[in-house]
Design a protein around this ligand. Structure first.
Ligand code: DAT
Ligand code: MG
Length: 139
């Protein structure tokens, strides 16, 4: 199995709550390598490109607004099977159901908002990963 890359985002809730270090630590402790990282304030155009698959869903506009609400950290992590491995570290989408031991299970909960706030994004396939890395790391 050859090395893969994935795009991880630490969302505004994770940055605001001071969880950048914990997320990086979990990625590194698992043995993945951080290849690139940047902190940014995303703009709407970038988020619309990133979340194109969700256009039309009830949580789409709240999701974009949430991602605009503060700085985020974009990370390229590398390693064998890192795409599924990071999603395993993150836990399932709903933080109430995410297993203890995962990022979402340990660090997030339902906030009663229209969009689920769950600390991190991780690409879900090799095609998505390459597409999303190009969006956040254009150079
Ligand atoms: P994931 O981030 O686990 O890949 P996704 O791609 O389906 O999940 O959705 C993107 C984000 O949108 C997700 O992290 C949280 C939010 N979200 C997803 N489904 C939702 C829902 N049914 N209600 C509210 N927010 C939702
Ligand atoms: Mg997704």
């Amino acid at each position: 199995m050859s090395k893969e890359r994935t795009l991880v985002l630490i969302k505004p809730d994770g940055v605001a709550r001071g969880l950048v270090g914990q997320v990086l630590s979990r990625i590194e402790s698992k043995g993945y390598v951080i290849q690139a990282m940047r902190m940014l304030n995303a703009d709407r155009a970038l988020l619309e490109e990133h979340y194109a698959e969700h256009v039309g869903k009830s949580f789409y506009e709240p999701l974009v607004e949430f991602m605009l609400s503060g700085p985020i950290v974009a990370i390229v992590a590398e390693g064998e099977r890192v795409i599924e491995g990071f999603r395993s570290l993150a836990g399932v989408t709903d933080p109430t159901l995410a297993a203890p031991g995962t990022i979402r299970g340990d660090l997030a909960r339902d906030q009663g908002t229209k969009v689920v706030q769950n600390i991190v994004h991780g690409s879900d396939s090799p095609t998505s990963a390459e597409r999303e890395i190009q969006i956040f790391f254009k150079n």
